[in-house]
Structure formats: structure tokens, C-alpha cells
Design a protein around this ligand. Structure first.
Ligand SMILES: Cc1cc2nc3c(=O)[nH]c(=O)nc-3n(C[C@H](O)[C@H](O)[C@H](O)COP(=O)(O)OP(=O)(O)OC[C@H]3O[C@@H](n4cnc5c(N)ncnc54)[C@H](O)[C@@H]3O)c2cc1C
Length: 307
């Protein structure tokens, strides 16, 4: 089936202007590279999402949800299915009392900023994480000693059967960069975070300190997807990569950052293949030198599954 054929089918279920056949995913991922999605759709509410997913499943098409694409790479050959982005109602953020309620497509950093403006503490760690609430919950994103599992009170999700369920922390199977959403193809519809009242100056001080550390230690001037590998039980992935002498190692336009060896950057016209091959080289070299297995933190979308 072609992208246009899929678009024609989906246009019966949602506004045509938000259906994009053969869409370059470089525009939707922070690595700024990668192939086309057969079709990318932006849904604005749960009913629309439900209709699109029902239709896609009926046609046996592969599909995936994308947030801000800050932890994702799409292979150069493209994604042969439908990529669904959560917009509209899914981007809402509301702060009431000690609770921050956010749609799955809301900016995590914006939610953290709004919480800080209301003198709420507990979400400062999230201010510099450039993803959506849905992506952050799936990955149990974290930084500076905080992680999503510390603040999540409940998550509303859509199951593959089209059922809406509410998951409490003990049901979310949070672990290091892990949640139930890594195991089941549920969609994070929205979430509620529970924070505490704090001191405004202290909250802002922490946010500024974390931002400063990121500017000093991370290659924020070049397209990247954050840390490429999870930290293994033996230590920090960036340290193993550095100790293996891989800082500055490159394939095509993809390079292991010298500033932070946990990052691969798109140093200029990197293809997704360059990045994936560099990931493979780094993984193999670290294993050869230290017998430590590095596992990717990022999601690779495509057909070949070379990683
Ligand atoms: C400069 C930079 C710094 C970063 N720093 C950190 C950091 O400090 N800590 C950290 O943990 N990460 C960090 N990251 C990585 C990334 O920002 C986080 O993992 C973030 O949570 C990913 O969110 P996203 O919306 O971009 O997800 P995407 O990359 O769009 O998606 C990631 C995965 O989540 C799934 N997903 C997305 N939305 C949903 C949803 N609504 N329901 C179900 N599944 C969904 C996707 O299918 C995919 O499998 C950094 C990235 C960059 C570029």
C-alpha cells in the first residue's frame, strides 16, 4: 500500500490537513536525519486516535506513536507504516494544587516550568529533557537524581483493544529507563504528577544549575538524541566509551561527541545508517575491551533492525 493510499483511507476518519504521506522523519526527530514514514498523522483527541488506530489495525499496517522524536532514529529506508503524533488536546498542561496534569503529547520541559512557576518542587530534573510526557513516561526518563517514577501519580492509557485504562505507579512497572509501555503497545493518553510545595528561589536555582551543567557537559549545539546507551550495571556507558578511546570516533557525519562520550552527534549530513553503524562499532569496541554489554537507550524505527 502506498502512503497516498493510506492517507486516502485515513482521511475518512480525520482532518486531511493533518495526514502527511511519505513524510521525511528528519523533521520529526532530534537527530535531524532518517527516512520517510509511509504516513504521518497528527491526532488531536482520543476519539480521533481511536479511529485511526482501529483503521490502521484493520489494514494490518504497522504503527507507532512518536513524541518529540528526541530518543528515536528512523532508518534511511524509512518506516513502512503509520507514525502517530499526539497534538491538540494531548498537548494540554494544567497545574491545580499539588498536581500537574498533562496530555501525552505535552512538552515535559514546559510542564516542569509551569510547575516551578507555581512553586511546586519535584520536577526540576525534567526541565532540560526535550521530550513529551508520553515519551518520558515510556522511558522513565530521568536526570540529576530524579526520574518520572518519582512523580507519577497515575497514567491514563489506551490499550491495543481500544480500551481506556488508568494505571497506578505499582502497575506501571517502572525501572531504569523502563516501564510497562516498553512491553505493551499502549498509548500514554495523559498523566498526573504529584509534587510538593517548595521555595521558588531554590526551585529556580536548581533549574538554572541543571541547565548550566547541561550546557557545560553536553553537545547541545549539534543534533543528537541524548545518551545513546543505557548505563550498564558495571558503571556509566559514557565512561566506558571514553576509556575505550572512542571520543571523536566517526562514521560519515555521525560522531561520538568528545564533550560527552555518551552522545552521538550529527556533525553534518549524517545518515541514519552512519549513526547506527557507529552505535554498533561503539558497542563492539566496549565489549572487546571491557566485556561490558551496552544496550541502546534510543528507539530505532525501520525494517532492517540492524542494531
Ligand atoms: C539534548 C538531549 C538531552 C536529553 N537528556 C535526557 C535526560 O537527561 N534523561 C533522559 O532520560 N533522556 C534524555 N534525553 C532523551 C529523550 O529526550 C527522552 O528519552 C524523552 O523522554 C523522549 O521523549 P520523546 O517524546 O522525544 O520520545 P520519542 O523519541 O518521540 O519516543 C521515544 C519512545 O517513546 C514512545 N512514545 C512516545 N510517546 C508515547 C506515548 N504517548 N505513548 C506511548 N509511547 C510513546 C515512542 O514510540 C518511542 O518508542 C535527551 C535527549 C536530548 C536530545
Amino acid at each position: 500500500m502506498t502512503g497516498q493510499e493510506i492517507a486516502d483511507i485515513l482521511s475518512e476518519h480525520m482532518d486531511e490537513s493533518r495526514i502527511h504521506p511519505d513524510q521525511p522523519m528528519s523533521a520529526y526527530t532530534s537527530f535531524r536525519t532518517g527516512g520517510n514514514a509511509l504516513c504521518l498523522v497528527e491526532v488531536h483527541n482520543i476519539e480521533e486516535l481511536r479511529r485511526v488506530l482501529t483503521c490502521v489495525r484493520k489494514k494490518f499496517l504497522p504503527y507507532v506513536i512518536i513524541g518529540n522524536g528526541t530518543n528515536t532514529i528512523v532508518e534511511d529506508e524509512g518506516y513502512n507504516g503509520v507514525i502517530v503524533k499526539l497534538g491538540g488536546d494531548f498537548t494540554k498542561i494544567d497545574v491545580t494544587g499539588y498536581e500537574v496534569s498533562c496530555g501525552g503529547g505535552a512538552s515535559l520541559a514546559a510542564a516542569a516550568r509551569q510547575a516551578a512557576d507555581m512553586w511546586l518542587t519535584g520536577m526540576e530534573f525534567a526541565c532540560g529533557i526535550p521530550g513529551t510526557v508520553g515519551g518520558a513516561i515510556r522511558q522513565n526518563a530521568g536526570a540529576f537524581g530524579g526520574q518520572m517514577s518519582d512523580i507519577v501519580k497515575r497514567v491514563r492509557a489506551l490499550t491495543t483493544a481500544g480500551e481506556e485504562i488508568v494505571l497506578r505507579p505499582h502497575e506501571l512497572q517502572f525501572g531504569y529507563r523502563h516501564s510497562i509501555f516498553c512491553l505493551r503497545k499502549y498509548v500514554v493518553l495523559d498523566a498526573v504528577f504529584e509534587l510538593k510545595k517548595g521555595d521558588k528561589n531554590e526551585i529556580n536555582g536548581r533549574i538554572e544549575q541543571y541547565a548550566k551543567e547541561r550546557r557545560e557537559k553536553q553537545p547541545l549545539d549539534l543534533p543528537n538524541a541524548g545518551c545513546i546507551f543505557k548505563n550498564p550495571k558495571e558503571g556509566f556507558s559514557a565512561k566506558f566509551i571514553d576509556d575505550a578511546g572512542l571520543g571523536g570516533e566517526h562514521i560519515g557525519g555521525a560522531m561520538v561527541s568528545r564533550k560527552h562520550c555518551g552522545f552521538i552527534v550529527n556533525a553534518g549530513n549524517a545518515t541514519a545508517t552512519d549513526i547506527i553503524e557507529l552505535m554498533n562499532r561503539v558497542r563492539d569496541e566496549v565489549y572487546n575491551q571491557f566485556s561490558v554489554r551496552l544496550e541502546p537507550e534510543i528507539t530505532v524505527l525501520g525494517q532492517r533492525k540492524r542494531y
